[in-house]
Design a protein around this ligand. Structure first.
Ligand code: HEM
Length: 411
């Protein structure tokens, strides 16, 4: 059944719409074609304009003075504040001048030199997770048993947390980001979000106190001991930093790894998998194609600081736009055969990491993790096939496959 343009727009505020990617992309393609800056008035949300073309998403992200992250950095019910009833102010909420200063605190840990130092550890973690898969026998749910753990272990290693705390962090980040999906949320959605944030707060408050008393050389120490304008970060700022690092680096990368494997198994009857195995030199382009294909971050928002016009549509000061990354990354005007998964795609100007001042801080790390996992996995596999129906997370924000049953044989 074909949908109306209104129905296509409403999908952007409907978590369930993201569990059916064929229908979702049908709607997004329609919006790009017919109404690329489209006013959406969805029940329970303030109105917003859905921006679905690659060029328009870039135009917004390029101009951080006109298009602000505050007060509505992402789609949330009600007033639009990210976390009603509980204050978190992370990098994604901030605009300059604060954004520049606070981003700099973490930025050193993501520079090429830091990435090279982390590489051996990432390889080791990739190997451990492939071993874990081998240990599960010939069948597993690759999304929930393998892909979900590995990126979190990388992030927590980067922060410097003890391995004994990893399971608790895994649970908390899943609850926070999966809050729109019944299977993952904890109790009532709004209470759940506040309780999960409270648990984070307690954990990271203790961590901060400990790193202030006994500084180490990890990222948690850098955050705990950061000084801005002669002052240490306050509790909310410190905890927001941990939250953004622990959450942003987790479901994003695990969704890409699960979705990447799914694409290898299903595209062109598995020929992309054969191609990548035959030519591991394609690993870098393959990782970026997985990121484009999955686009695990579904949206961020910006609010106009002055009256303006976008894609021919007048937008008043104070009105918000939703940047649809999945749509931008299938834009026919930019990508040749956008609905083809091509491990050799080059160039690949996807916007899955955003663009401009907020460009994903962890992009190099994410790429390294994805490459390391497949570089360990593929040579050890004799065969791998789908063993059931994959399922996608219900979310308007961050997610991808939550279940990917596979059957396999290791060499
Ligand atoms: C495939 C994996 C990932 C994807 C697709 C992704 C995507 C994104 C996107 C779309 C943004 C917002 C960009 C914008 O507004 O223009 C972002 C911001 C951010 N990401 Fe990632 N991310 C990934 C992995 C990671 C990892 C591994 C980390 C590491 C901790 C990370 C840390 C961050 C941080 C700190 C920000 C906020 C940057 C700012 O606002 O200045 N991300 N990411």
């Amino acid at each position: 059944m074909t949908m109306t343009i209104e129905q296509a727009g409403l999908m952007l505020a409907d978590p369930l719409a993201y569990t059916d990617e064929i229908r979702l992309h049908e709607g997004l393609a329609r919006l790009r074609r017919e109404s690329p800056v489209h006013l959406v008035t969805a029940r329970g949300y303030l109105p917003f304009y859905a921006v679905t073309r690659h060029a328009d998403v870039m135009e917004v992200e390029r101009d951080g003075a006109l298009w602000l992250s505050e007060p509505r950095p992402a789609l949330a019910p009600g007033s639009g504040a990210m976390s009603e009833g509980f204050q978190v102010r992370t990098l994604v909420n901030m605009d300059d001048p604060d954004h520049r200063v606070v981003r700099a605190i973490g930025a050193d840990w993501f520079r090429p030199k830091a990435m090279r130092m982390l590489e051996a550890r990432v390889r080791e973690l990739a190997r451990e997770h492939v071993d874990r898969m081998a240990g599960l026998g010939g069948e597993c749910d690759f999304a929930s048993e393998i892909a979900v753990h590995y990126p979190l272990y990388v992030i927590l290693s980067l922060l410097g947390l003890p391995e004994s705390d990893f399971p608790r962090m895994l649970q908390l980040t899943r609850e926070l980001f999966g809050a729109q999906d019944a299977e993952m949320a904890r109790g009532d959605a709004k209470d759940s979000r506040i309780n999960v944030l409270m648990d984070f707060f307690t954990y990271f408050q203790e961590l901060t106190a400990s790193r202030r008393a006994h500084p180490t050389d990890d990222m948690a120490s850098a955050i705990a001991n950061a000084v801005v304008d002669g002052q240490p970060l306050n509790d909310v700022e410190t905890m927001s930093y941990y939250v953004i690092i622990a959450t942003a680096g987790h479901d994003t990368t695990s969704s890409t790894i699960a979705g990447g494997l799914h694409a290898l198994l299903t595209s062109d009857e598995g020929s992309q998998l054969a191609r990548l195995r035959a030519d591991p030199g394609l690993m870098a382009t393959a990782a970026d194609e997985m990121i484009r294909w999955v686009t695990p971050v579904k949206e961020f928002m910006r609010t106009a600081s002055a009256d303006t016009v976008l894609g021919g549509v007048p937008i008043a000061k104070g009105e918000s736009v939703l940047l649809s990354y999945p749509s931008a990354n299938r834009d026919e005007a930019v990508f040749a055969s956008p609905f083809t998964f091509d491990v050799g795609r080059d160039p690949n100007k996807h916007l899955a990491f955003g663009f401009g001042a907020h460009y994903c801080l962890g992009a190099a790390l994410a790429r390294m993790e994805i490459r390391a996992l497949f570089a360990e996995l593929l040579p050890r596999l004799e065969s791998i096939d789908l063993a059931g129906t994959p399922e996608w997370t219900a979310t308007t924000f961050v997610g991808g496959l939550k279940h990917l049953p596979v059957r396999y044989r290791f060499r």
